[in-house]
Design a protein around this ligand. Sequence first.
Ligand code: ADP
Ligand code: MG
Length: 270
Amino acid sequence: MPLVVDQSPSAATGIRLSAVEKWYGSAQQPVHALSATDLDIAAGELVVLLGPSGCGKTTLLRMLGGLIRPTHGDIAIGSRTLWSADQRDGTSMAELGLVFQEPNLFPWLTVAQNIALPLELRGVPAAERIRRAAELAALVGIQGFEQRWPRELSGGMRQRAAIARSLAHDPRILLMDEPFGALDAMTRDAMNLELQRIWMATGKTIVLVTHSITEAVFLADRIVLLSPRPGRIDWICPVEFARPRAIELQSEGAFQALASALRKRLQAMA
Ligand SMILES: Nc1ncnc2c1ncn2[C@@H]1O[C@H](COP(=O)(O)OP(=O)(O)O)[C@@H](O)[C@H]1O
Ligand SMILES: [Mg+2]
């Protein structure tokens, strides 16, 4: 059954994985990173991939991003095929924005130039790039810092700039690999709130990888819990707390009960 996708430019887009499997290594020393995985992600959904270190989360996200080739299986971005029988159709990659654990800003470019880089690569004129960089800086909460150098920003602000850059070409889907893993706990809470706000403001589809149970329960519409290597989907857990969610939710009984159920499930798999 094809995904039903609204083709209007501002619409979000869903993702479908069919029997996606990944092996690394050589024939002599194969590494089975991900077992055959089926998953449907709805347009506008915020899905969190949660699992222990080495279970294949980054592998899965990079296949979704078109960066690495599945060994078997198909991936569709909306109505377009991204991977089919290890052939890539790169046209759907324009729908994707990527955020990694390290912000990877270019130190010789200002914050605004970093944010607008994807637009420069697409030939967008300077005046429009400046306007868009200012708009995105405001969206992620770093307005006023556009002319600074990355080294003048805190870790949290650099990651905000990286999120702004990932949104510059207005992708329908954001893929985020442990984007707040390098931040201290308080900054991480603040960034979780900010990401929720950005997601609610933009309606993007988001797939976020984390190994933090708290982050997963706080952010997700659905948590996809992966088993240790070779990763496979162990549990898909809907998270139904009303939005916007406040940090105080984390100390409520229902939140802690869900976090504790996930922790037990993770421990049982270890
Ligand atoms: N390029 C590679 N070659 C061989 N093995 C790899 C490669 N990349 C990842 N792996 C292995 O695949 C498994 C999954 O890795 P990864 O997707 O990075 O896990 P996670 O992000 O969940 O920590 C790990 O056991 C890792 O060592
Ligand atoms: Mg990883």
